[in-house]
Write a protein that binds this ligand. Sequence first.
Ligand SMILES: [Zn+2]
Length: 480
Amino acid sequence: MKEEKNMGLLERKKYERSVRRRKSRIRIATTCGLILLVTVFVCVFWKPWKRYSWGTSVTNQTDESNKKKSKEEIRKEMMAEAEGLVLCYAYDEAIETLKSIDGYQKQKEIKAKIAEIEAKKAACVPVKLEDIVHICYQPLVVDEEKAFGTGANGKEVSNNQKMTTIDEFKAITEEMYQRGYVMVSIHDLYEVTEDKEGNEVWKEGKIFLPEGKKAFVLTIDDLNYYHASEDYGLNEKLVVDQDGMVVSEYVDAEGETQVGAYECIPIIDQFVAEHPDASYKGAKGLISLTGYNGVFGYRTDVTYDTSNPDCDSEQKAWMAEHPNFDLDKECEEAKKVADALKANGWEFASHTWGHARVADRGIDSLKTDIRKWKENVEPIVGETDVITFAYGQDIATKAGAYAASNEKFEFFKEEGFKIFSNIVTEHTEVFIGDGYLRFGRINLDGLAIYKATKKTENELSDLFDAKEIYDADRPKMKEM
Ligand SMILES: [Zn+2]
């Protein structure tokens, strides 16, 4: 870290780029490296809510473990690895894998495979930036009776509007896949190069997909499990299972703890395991987190301390119910979840520490907020250059370039944020500026899906037919 700090700007940019490239290759190798083998395992051994870990890419295995294998075994494994990479459109990486097999030039089978992959790659077309869709969800409703019934302590009407059910989420995921939508990373949308003077130049990224495929970014907001939503029929927390996969814990109506795929994360992880072509190079979604009640259901904020003047009544009540609470232990557990998510292709965004109304709040208040996020959330999920805004607010009143005089933008940029996302109701708005990306997201909540059921042509009809998706068990929707 010391070395990093002493680097010049140019060196640092180069270093960051090489780290990004390395990270991206590791991401691809770990999430889709052994997809083919995993698919076979899934078919043979699949049990509800259980999945097998991706394992380690053959090329990443230690020399020691490779020594025990025959040349032929290694060749077969690398061929399978390349097949897995092809399934998630990582053509160059697949060819690279095949070319790293000893004496590949003399092997007909491998040369034919390389030619086949080259042909597949050549048949792909570039995805247009303006055609990429950005959708987002809140944590899913597990118990509809609790969320939309009288048990929600008077919040049943707004829960019905703001929340999405597990069935709806699964149906949308399946339908979008059937329509050719492929999940991409928000970082795939742009490319950073340098001009002659060594200045950064931001331009549209190069995503190549087979003809007919479309790209989308998935964001999950507020995966914190707030005290305020304890009665809403949501999960309690995320946990890591014995296979290194993240699943959710839910306490059912009988008080029994259920562990399984009751949240967006494990549902998507399973979906991509079964349909590797649903994800571009192993990308998953973006998880956008606040910090004031901790993350993933762990109470990781420094304000969980009754002697802290900022410890509020909800936190005090929770702490009274959990006398054995240990802040360090909570942080440790939350970090395990964050690390497992990262290993499986998920990325993180700041949703501000306090779910801030960024348009209403002054610059000093935002500075305090971001400092808290960096002190409490960043140590768990790591640095991020993405910030997502809450309450439909934004730091500018117009789409497109931020004004040079926009002090909130300047502040966020100084803090390392380069990707900004507000909520939009129409088609996704996207803009690449000088050193930043703006990419609005469409909230697929109950009200949005309900409204789309009312008209045949609507802003969601490219993604799915809302009438097919809308959960028939929901109570009558109150339109705002
Ligand atoms: Zn939010």
